[in-house]
Structure formats: structure tokens, C-alpha cells
Design a protein around this ligand. Structure first.
Ligand code: BES
Ligand code: MN
Ligand code: MN
Length: 462
């Protein structure tokens, strides 16, 4: 049976299985969900066995478990390692969801006329990861698996994959592969298929500014004592200049200018500024001076405050000078910027920005380096050919601004490249309320993956 017919015959079952996976609230950021994390890991192990893996296991780590599975078909055949993550972002703010984040429903939208599954993790990354499990099921059942396959599905991606280095270092032989295949990114559009060729890195910091040793009456002390919230706001405001460049000294030292040919390619990526603004409900964009929206959000570094708190935020007025103020600040990095080095540059500069009268504490919450791949390798070519086959159109290489820190680590520790063949849309609201994943995208992914295997084996042999 061909893959299209197989999907047609098993559609309803695929969706009901995906729904079961989405009902488990495997939020990695919040330890209250620990038992759900464990349930989800076990569920995936069973799903891998049911799909035809010879063996699958839940591997303990110092953090959340990694699910590993494999199907060996021949010693002389190449091995594809599939990576994905079963943990999801918190559903907050829950009140802004139209439906329960952990009770999946199918609804139609303008971009998804066939319907989309609405649930936390639908696109990032349970729905995308599960496409690989179902594609494996097809290949095994129909005797069409042309090479060896390994699965490594982790449970801490959304909190920075802190323990994955530990796991990879200890399991190099087990994870040995010829190519890594990941669906945790997107395509530009249904009629503009694309393969992600770069991801940004990340340095994530938390800062705390302390002023007086207790909250004070702002009438009695206001005007005389440094207010940590005022001070923190001013410090943050100094992190960008009027051209939206980041002001941290030496921040750009290792950032390469984008070559003209590459800029010309990016300029060809279909993009409507009007739709972009309309979709976000903003009157204008705010880019780094001299760069386009695509460049600013994918291949230039950026710095953002993710959260800020301090002082009184309850109902009504309370007049105080707070003792402390804090913020979470993240920087997206580009190739050659070292995330540890950037942490040190940030810490030095931010500490120097503090006036007398407050103390500053800066801590790192993790991160990782950027990743870039060229299009002249077997993995990219196989993905290109597979997508061309199923979309009827040759995919274009496309940079993306998100981060999957483990990809750079895989390259360093295992020596292999990762092909980022994702199927989501930017507008699928990952990390936001009402996250969804299109049925078209889900089934198109399942349809495309077996061709990737077929073409990779073919291309790799030559
Ligand atoms: N799947 C995303 C990464 C992504 C999103 C890549 C959009 C390309 C386009 C991943 O799950 C994610 O959210 N990563 C975090 C990493 C962080 C928690 C270390 C991110 O980018 O913020
Ligand atoms: Mn993801
Ligand atoms: Mn994510």
C-alpha cells in the first residue's frame, strides 16, 4: 500500500492517538506536572514499540527521562536518528484559550481550511514528533523501512535541555547515526515549502536589583532612595540604542555580516509586511536598523525581556518603594557567538550599568549556540527531494529565529548534521494561547517522512 492510502485508512486512529498524547499535560517548566511527564514518556515508549521498534526504553537522567527506541534492519545500512521533544510549554495564560489546552479539539481557520488540532503541544512538538512514529509504523508494517532508525525523544527541550548533554555524552555509541532528522520547526506556507537551514542560539539570564533592605513608604522615602524598579527599567532601556542595536560592548564582535548573495536569497522569501502587522495587531514593526523583518528575526541577534516583576501588583494603590525588582532577559544569538561568552559580556555590562545605591545579581538560566547547515549535504538533499515529491514544489532553504540548543551539541558530540524538516506555520501560535497544528500539515508530514528515508539511503550510497 502506498503511504497516501495508508494515511487515508488510518486517519481517525492517528488522530485519536495524537489526542491521547495531547491530553497529558507534560509541562517541563513546572514540577507540579512531574507525574504527567513520566506518564508521557511511558506512553511514547509504548507507541514506539507498537509502531515496530525492536526495543524502546525510558532512560532516566538527572532531569526528565529521555525515551529511546530503535529498529535495526541491517549492519551495512545507514542510520537515521529522529529527535523530538514530548515536553510542552506551560499553558498560561489559560484564560486566553478558547478551549481547554489539554483537551484537543479540531477547528477550521483561514489558514487551515481542513481543520487544525488545538491543544498545547499540538505543533510544538508532540504533533510533529508523532508524525515520525506513524511514518515508522507505515514503513515497518509495509516492509518499506530502508535503513536503521533510532528515536531520541526528550522531556526538557522547553527548559533548555539541561541534562541532554549528560545523556548524549554517556550514550554516544547508542546514538551513533548518519543523519539526524527533526520536525520541530516550520514551513513558510503550503505553497511555499521550506527547509530550515539555521536556528539562533540563546543566552538566558535572570537579573535582580536590590535597593533598601525592606519595602519603604514612598511618601516618607520617595525621592531620596534609589527605587529598584525605576533603576531596573532604566538599565533595561539602555540595552538597545536608537537603531535597535544591542549596546553590550563586544556583543557583535563575532557576528558576521550577511553576504550579499545570501541577502538576495532572503529577499526572495515570500513575505507580506501588511499581513504580518495585521496578524500581530501592531501598527508597525521594530527591526534592527538596516535589516529586513526576516533578517532581524532570524539571522541577526536580538535581546528581549521575557518577564519583569517587583513591587506591588495587587489591586488598588499601595505606595511603596520596593526592596527588589527582577527581570528575565534572553538574547538570541547567531553562528560564532559563544553563548557562555555572551553571558559573561552581559553580566559585566549589566552590573556596570547599576548606579550606586543598588546591588545587582545576574544569573544564567542556560542556553546554547546557534546552528547553521549548508544545502550541499545528503540530508538536506533527501529532505528537498521528499518535500518536492509530496508538495509538488521544490522547497526553499529558510533561516528561522527560534532555538533548539541540542542541535549544535549533537554536531559536536556525534559529528552529524541535523535536517530541520518541520511542517508547522509561524502562525500556529506555539508557546501562545490557542496553539494548533493543521491536519494538512500533520498528514503531509507523515506522507513526506518515508520518502526522506528512501531518498536518504539512495543519496547516501552514492
Ligand atoms: N520548536 C521550538 C524552536 C523553534 C521555534 C524553532 C520556531 C524554529 C521556529 C522549540 O521548542 C523552542 O521553543 N525552543 C526554545 C529553546 C529554549 C527554551 C532553550 C526557544 O526557542 O525559545
Ligand atoms: Mn519545539
Ligand atoms: Mn517550544
Amino acid at each position: 500500500m502506498d503511504i497516501k492510502n495508508y494515511i487515508e485508512e488510518n486517519k481517525e486512529r492517528f488522530l485519536s492517538e495524537l489526542f491521547a498524547l495531547l491530553r497529558m499535560p507534560s509541562v517541563s517548566a513546572d514540577s507540579a506536572y512531574k507525574s504527567s511527564i513520566e506518564d508521557t514518556a511511558r506512553w511514547i515508549k509504548e507507541a514506539l514499540l507498537a509502531a515496530g521498534c525492536d526495543k524502546a526504553e525510558v532512560c532516566e537522567t538527572p532531569g526528565n527521562p529521555v525515551v529511546y527506541g530503535e529498529k535495526h534492519v541491517g549492519d551495512n545500512l545507514p542510520t537515521v536518528l529522529v529527535y523530538g521533544h514530548y515536553d510542552v510549554q506551560p499553558a498560561d495564560p489559560v484564560a486566553l484559550w478558547d478551549t481547554d489546552p489539554f483537551e484537543p479539539v479540531i477547528k477550521k481557520t483561514e489558514l487551515h481550511p481542513e481543520g487544525a488540532v488545538f491543544a498545547r503541544g499540538a505543533c510544538d512538538d508532540k504533533g510533529q514528533m508523532f508524525m515520525h512514529v506513524k511514518a515508522l509504523e507505515y514503513m515497518v508494517k509495509e516492509g518499506k523501512l530502508p535503513c536503521n532508525v533510532k528515536f531520541m525523544i526528550e522531556g526538557e527541550e522547553e527548559v533548555g535541555s539541561k541534562n541532554l548533554g549528560w545523556f548524549v555524552e554517556r550514550n554516544k555509541e547508542k546514538l551513533k547515526n548518519d543523519i539526524i532528522l527533526i520536525s520541530d520547526t516550520g514551513i513558510i506556507a503550503k505553497d511555499t515549502p521550506s527547509i530550515t537551514t539555521s536556528l539562533r542560539g540563546l543566552s538566558y539570564m535572570e537579573v535582580e536589583v536590590t535597593g533598601p533592605n525592606k519595602d519603604l513608604h514612598s511618601g516618607v522615602y520617595g525621592g531620596a532612595v534609589a527605587n529598584p524598579v525605576n533603576v531596573l527599567s532604566k538599565m533595561i532601556a539602555q540595552l538597545h540604542d536608537e537603531n535597535n542595536h544591542i549596546t553590550i560592548p563586544h556583543f557583535y564582535d563575532k557576528v558576521k555580516e550577511i553576504p550579499a548573495e545570501e541577502r538576495a536569497l532572503f529577499a526572495e522569501i515570500p513575505f507580506s509586511l501588511e499581513e504580518y502587522k495585521k496578524d500581530l495587531g501592531v501598527a508597525d514593526v521594530q527591526v534592527e536598523k538596516g535589516y529586513s523583518v526576516i533578517e532581524s528575526s532570524a539571522i541577526r541577534p536580538s535581546l528581549d525581556v521575557n518577564g519583569i516583576w517587583g513591587g506591588y501588583i495587587g489591586e488598588g494603590a499601595k505606595t511603596i518603594i520596593p526592596s527588589k525588582a527582577s527581570a528575565k532577559i534572553s538574547m538570541r544569538l547567531v553562528p560564532d557567538q559563544d553563548n557562555k561568552e555572551i553571558e559573561a559580556l552581559f553580566t559585566k555590562y549589566f552590573t556596570e550599568l547599576a548606579p550606586e545605591g543598588v546591588t545587582v545579581k545576574v544569573t544564567s538560566l542556560g542556553g546554547g549556540p546557534a546552528y547553521a547547515m549548508t544545502i550541499d549535504n545528503d540530508g538536506y538533499r533527501a529532505a528537498e527531494k521528499a518535500m518536492e515529491k509530496t508538495f509538488g514544489k521544490r522547497p526553499i532553504p529558510s533561516p528561522e529565529g527560534g532555538s533548539i540548543p541540542i542541535v549544535a551539541l549533537f554536531e559536536k558530540e556525534l559529528g552529524t548534521k541535523s535536517v530541520l524538516m518541520g511542517f508547522g506555520y509561524d502562525s500556529d501560535l506555539i508557546h501562545s494561547p490557542n496553539e494548533h497544528y493543521g491536519l494538512f500539515n500533520f498528514f503531509k508530514g507523515i506522507e513526506t517522512i518515508p520518502y526522506f528515508y528512501e531518498y536518504f539511503v539512495e543519496i547516501h550510497k552514492k
